[in-house]
Design a protein around this ligand. Structure first.
Ligand code: GLN
Length: 478
């Protein structure tokens, strides 16, 4: 069985034909993942017992003739910022190196209820802060396509395992691009659903008004299937939406002739030349499919980075206050007083990027600066969201690059946080507006580095987004 090329459909066919059992597949997938992991460091830990138990449940259902679920037998990796009962969840942080949560995230509960087999937890930037996976306390992840390069971040491990083929699909989280950008860098599909589409219960909070859980897959259909399973209202997350979850795979394969597509002119400046060329080729392909493509403008784009890094740091500074040495696991051993315990625990536990964000966030929320920074950023956020609403009055979908350039070298940007922040320019706007967006592979550079095309649609229009992505995927010819 060639695990690296499996898809959900192929697994279901294999189970049906009894070419393998779910338990056999789980064991083979785990062995393969453990063998490959030293190359990438994409998994932080594995879950062999839990995976086998889940697979055996599927085998029992199959033997009894019961419907086994949409993800029956599918090996899945979960980003280590999503909590798993009885299984270490570190958030890529020293502070939580030994944290074993007492409950499962809703998304994890749902994927297992659908027969999914979670084989392990994926490496990521500490508390999902970063664009390269270099901020993990447990070492960087290498891009499976080019091992001297980053896989992107913060869901670098989740993208890498799918690109490497050690998981068929995975869960990541996206606050400012952390699903789409690594998907683009690793050459896989990554989806950021509408804000509220997937419950955040059990997603360790970075910036709560921006955080999303979303799927990775090697093709559009697999990602859409995983989203369908995890989406929907959850009583335990008040921000989760009541809107019914459509059958996302039903409209895949439908024609996109006549679909109106906008290319935001602000997103096509400052691209690396090969990224620009690949984007233009992708747009030409969409025109061949009968889409009506035209230029549009999203005028507030220039303020997006400043706006995002004020709002996300403000929320992060508040969310990370809970890691105080009293709750959760790590406590500095040397402290003599309560204040020293707080200071030393946080000083030793958090990495440099988290500290930078806590300080920035505390500053923008402080009494003298709240109006000047935080409140202003909230107003700008409204302008950015309004730009999209205006655009969606005229077009069905927006197509744009994901990142200005393909995967960069490990170490290339890590000493220049501002440079790193600037590379998020095309992804953070979607999160600020709360709209669904995704990255779909659109080719490789001469050096073989993958590049993704971004598709953005209006709130809860995931079906349109998937339909366009699938049409492009089947037409692009690789
Ligand atoms: N790169 C962005 C940041 O560092 C996005 C991270 C994310 O989406 N979690 O904030």
């Amino acid at each position: 069985m060639d695990i690296a090329s499996l898809t959900i459909d192929r697994i279901h066919e294999g189970l049906r034909r009894r070419a393998f059992s779910a338990a056999e597949l789980a064991q083979a997938a785990l062995a393969f993942a453990e063998r490959e992991n030293p190359r990438t460091n994409a998994y932080l830990h594995f879950a062999p017992e839990r995976a086998l138990a889940a697979a055996q449940r599927v085998d029992r259902q199959l033997a009894a003739g019961e419907p086994p679920g949409k993800l029956a037998g599918v090996p899945i990796a979960v980003k280590d910022v999503i909590v798993t009962q009885g299984l270490r969840t570190t958030c890529g942080s020293r502070l939580l190196a030994n944290y074993v949560p007492p409950y499962d995230a809703t998304a994890v509960e749902r994927l297992e209820a659908a027969g999914g087999v979670m084989i392990g937890k994926a490496n990521c930037d500490e508390f999902a802060m970063g664009s390269s996976n270099e901020n993990s306390a447990f070492g960087p992840v290498r891009n499976p396509v080019a091992p001297d390069r980053v896989p992107g971040g913060s869901s670098g491990g989740s993208a890498a395992v799918v690109a490497q083929g050690t998981a068929v699909v995975s869960l990541g989280s996206d606050t400012g691009g952390s699903i789409r950008q690594p998907a683009s860098f690793c050459g896989v599909v990554g989806v950021t659903p509408t804000y509220g589409r997937v419950s955040r219960y059990g997603l360790v909070a970075f910036a709560s008004s921006l955080d999303h859980i979303g799927p990775f897959g090697r093709n559009v259909k697999d990602a859409a299937t995983l989203l369908e399973v995890i989406a929907g209202r959850d009583e335990r997350d008040a921000t989760s939406a009541f809107a019914p979850v459509p059958d996302y795979t039903a409209s895949l394969g439908e024609s996109v002739r006549g679909m109106k597509i906008g290319l935001p002119k602000e997103y096509f400046t400052g691209l690396a030349s090969e990224t620009g060329d690949l984007m233009h080729a992708a747009v030409a392909q969409l025109e061949k499919l009968g889409c009506q493509v035209r230029e549009i403008s999203l005028p507030a784009t220039g303020y997006a980075i400043a706006c995002y890094y004020i709002i996300c740091t403000a929320e992060a500074s508040s969310n990370l206050a809970r890691y105080d040495g009293v709750r959760y696991t790590y406590r500095s051993p040397g402290a003599q007083t309560l204040l020293d315990m707080y200071r030393q625990t946080r000083g030793e536990g958090f990495g440099a990027e988290c500290k930078r964000r806590i300080m920035l966030g505390t500053y923008v929320l402080s009494a003298g600066y709240y109006d000047a920074y935080y409140l202003k950023a909230q107003k700008v956020r409204t302008l950015i969201a309004r730009d999209f609403q205006n655009a969606f009055g005229e077009v069905d979908a927006i197509v744009a690059p994901v990142s200005p350039s393909p995967a960069f070298k490990i170490g290339e940007k890590i000493d220049d946080p501002l440079e790193m922040y600037l590379s998020d320019i095309y992804t953070i706007t979607g999160d600020l507006a709360g709209i669904p967006c995704m990255s779909v592979p659109c080719g490789r550079t001469a050096e073989g580095l993958p590049v993704g095309m971004q598709i953005l649609c209006n709130h809860f229009q995931e079906e349109t987004m998937f339909k366009l992505a699938a049409a492009y995927e089947s037409a692009r010819g690789f």
